[in-house]
Design a protein around this ligand. Structure first.
Ligand code: JFZ
Length: 437
């Protein structure tokens, strides 16, 4: 008996402390509300959203990491605020751009690592209303525009702060806190801002945290932060870009520049949770506006990313970095419009679907909805046929979605052969609608 008790005690010590003796801050058990569960399911359906990285860094047109990359002292960097004046910002126009691209939600940086709040806040004067000549809260306008257009709005919120003394950027972390900074004060500041974001903008769909990775051993007080959010708004969805499996209190799993399971961009886990999934990607190689970056992804690449995400049950959050004047650059607007034209035609095979009867393949993916399976051939094989091994289901019929013309196939115990000869091929995605048993 005594042995058992001390063994359990030993395991507890192991569970509560990582190897270097730093407490792991066990999370409480989180029971999502019924409303939250419904919102999660609805979130799986929307498939496409617009990510917006916009801040005073946009003026320097060198990405959102410019302060850190160029080692700009914070008091020099702060001068940017004094001439941040996005005279051409029009929330309705952003929402229209997103909507016509087929996007159903927007996630915008409320505060990035530079620590500048792009919204009205009482927690710090370092914000767009109090520190810029613009004096207005663009997130308020955006929230209103989103509400009237039926677009969901999420706030990105950085845990990292390069500006505040109480964050103590660069300091060693001892016992879960920065060595010489007032960590409790920082956490209080975060709580105040989260409360503002969830109460001053009543329709906020959720919070997208980022920056956990900067301090693996710090105590982020997630129990309190997540508890606070879910107490104010139980239906709000929480996600965190920590590149790990979701922690208790989180409502969806996100991937950055990575399709779930492919693990090509520093995800620390290959595991995919049963929560709703989202993957974000840039239109060129930067999140924040970068004037030199002409590595624009093509319309085809972006559609392929969207289809590939849907075939893996994930939403695609596609980023734009608006210019300091408040406009989204024309290259992005044009590309988004073209993506929108494709979606207007083929959206039925994407929206409200789940991944289909086949796991992702080299040639493409499958999606399904209401008993209909969609085979998306994204990389058309050179051969005159496509062989899909190990198919358990029986195919009853197959036709090209575009023309409804039948597709020739042959099913045996080994698999299905789809004959591509004479098939109506689509340059972007050849979609075959199949009925399976
Ligand atoms: C983060 C931010 O630093 C970046 O500015 C942008 O907002 C993006 C969406 O998120 O980027 C990351 C986050 C985590 C890793 C890499 C980049 N990581 O863990 O490798």
């Amino acid at each position: 008996m005594r042995i058992t008790t001390s063994f359990i005690g030993f395991v507890c010590v192991l569970l509560c402390f990582s190897t270097n003796n730093i407490p792991l801050y066990a999370q409480g058990t989180y029971v999502p509300s019924e409303g939250n569960l419904r919102v999660r399911e609805a979130f799986r359906d929307v498939k496409f959203g617009m990510f917006v990285h916009w801040g005073i860094y946009s003026i320097l047109a060198d990405g959102e990491w410019v302060m850190n990359n160029k080692k700009i002292p914070k008091n020099d960097y702060a001068k940017l605020a004094s001439f941040f004046y996005p005279y051409a910002f029009n929330a309705k126009e952003w929402v229209r751009t997103a909507k016509s691209a087929g996007m159903k939600y927007i996630t915008i940086t409320s505060r990035h690592h530079d620590g500048f709040s792009m919204f009205q806040t009482k927690a710090t004067p370092y914000n767009i209303v109090d520190a810029t000549p613009y004096k207005k809260d663009p997130l308020k306008e955006l929230a209103e525009a989103c509400k009237s257009e039926g677009i969901k709005l999420f706030f990105y919120y950085s845990l990292v702060d390069w500006y505040r003394d109480d964050y103590g950027f660069g300091q060693r972390i001892i016992n879960g806190k920065p060595e010489r900074a007032d960590w409790d004060s920082y956490i209080e500041f975060v709580k105040t801002q989260l409360t503002e974001l969830l109460t001053n903008y009543p329709d906020i769909a959720g919070i997208w945290f980022d920056g956990d990775w900067e301090r693996p051993n710090v105590n982020w007080h997630y129990n309190e932060l997540y508890g606070l959010i879910h107490r104010i708004k139980p239906d709000a969805l929480i996600g965190n870009n920590h590149h790990l499996l979701p922690k208790p209190g989180e409502d969806f799993q996100m991937f950055e520049k990575d399709l779930p399971g492919s693990n090509t961009f520093g995800e620390n886990t290959k595991d995919i949770s049963s929560l709703p999934l989202e993957t974000c990607e840039t239109m060129n190689n930067h999140w924040g506006f970068d004037i030199k970056d002409r590595n624009y992804k093509t319309v085809k690449q972006l559609i392929h990313y969207l289809v590939n995400a849907a075939g893996r049950n994930a939403n695609f959050l596609l980023n734009v970095g608006p210019m300091p004047n408040g406009k989204i650059q024309q290259e992005f607007v044009d590309t988004l419009a073209a993506v929108g034209r494709w979606i207007a035609q083929y959206g039925e095979t994407i929206y409200d679907t789940r991944s289909g009867f086949l796991p992702p393949q080299e040639w493409g993916v499958t999606t399904q909805k209401n008993g209909i399976q969609y085979i998306h051939i994204l990389n058309m094989p050179e051969a005159k046929f496509l062989f899909i091994p190990n198919v358990k289901q029986t195919i009853r019929s197959a036709k090209i979605l575009d023309t409804k013309s039948p597709v020739n196939f042959n099913q045996t115990a080994e698999g299905i052969t789809i004959y591509l000869d004479g098939l109506n091929r689509n340059a972007i995605d050849t979609i075959i609608e199949v009925d399976i048993k």
